[in-house]
Design a protein around this ligand. Structure first.
Ligand SMILES: CC(C)(COP(=O)(O)OP(=O)(O)OC[C@H]1O[C@@H](n2cnc3c(N)ncnc32)[C@H](O)[C@@H]1OP(=O)(O)O)[C@@H](O)C(=O)NCCC(=O)NCCS
Length: 203
């Protein structure tokens, strides 16, 4: 089987959708990140937050460190409107360690280890229900399959997070199973729904 070419990331690493720009975080994004990440409406179904200012600083520092890590283990994009302005959300991919395994350079062989990643996203509450998460998730998934050469992308959401489940369905993810007591969220073990999709046949 022919293996994909070695990974060459576009520089700067920016993704474009009809209405959004997905770009790397910069150190100047602290106020914007803290504005949405400290909002309890946004953190109801996730294991972090609502952020203190130090939490937001730590998040941004982790994003900047991730951008400098070779090879990359994760990609977290800041979401802005196409016309500019501060970030009002994030979308990204966290790579499964097997992706970084030099013995596993992109095989899609049925008996080989698959190259997988998990996706996630958040959108500031004042921008909900305008299709932004779906647009961002679709761009990140496309990036994962076409640029990173992933075989499969997964995501989890809490069963009560109907908006997130809908975003995953609209992105083409399929519900696989329920994971009992999967995430510790503010002291309680919560179930998750596991979604995933395989790399579509690409032309
Ligand atoms: C989940 C989240 C990212 C969705 O962002 P968004 O930009 O509003 O998503 P979209 O507009 O692309 O799509 C939302 C869909 O959910 C639907 N929806 C929203 N609230 C809903 C609810 N309570 N019940 C059922 N469907 C709901 C919308 O109608 C829309 O579907 P439609 O296009 O078929 O009408 C956003 O709510 C968020 O950031 N939540 C907090 C963080 C989070 O939960 N992240 C995901 C972790 S798993």
């Amino acid at each position: 089987m022919e293996l994909p070419e070695p990974l060459e990331l576009p520089e700067p690493l920016v993704l474009h959708t009809p209405r959004l720009t997905l770009r790397p975080y910069t150190s100047g994004d602290l106020a914007a990140v803290h504005r949405f990440a400290s909002d309890p409406r946004l953190t109801e179904f996730v294991e972090w937050g609502p952020n203190t200012l130090q939490d937001s600083r730590d998040f941004l520092a982790a994003c900047l460190a991730e951008e400098a890590t070779v090879p990359r283990t994760a990609y977290t994009f800041a979401l802005t409107l196409k016309e500019g302005g501060p970030p009002f959300g994030s979308a990204g991919l966290t790579l499964d360690p097997a992706v970084l395994d030099p013995e596993n350079p992109g095989s899609t062989a049925p008996d080989g280890p698959s190259r997988t990643a998990e996706t996630g996203y958040v959108i500031a509450a004042e921008h909900w229900n305008r299709g932004y998460a779906t647009e961002a998730a679709a761009a990140v998934v496309h990036f994962g399959f076409t640029v990173l050469g992933l075989d499969r992308i997964s995501a989890t959401c809490r069963p009560g997070n109907l908006a997130s489940a809908r975003v995953l369905e609209k992105t083409g993810m399929v519900l696989r199973r329920r994971l009992p007591a999967h995430k510790l969220i503010r002291g309680a073990w919560e179930d998750s729904l596991l979604y995933s999709m395989a790399r579509p046949a690409l032309r």
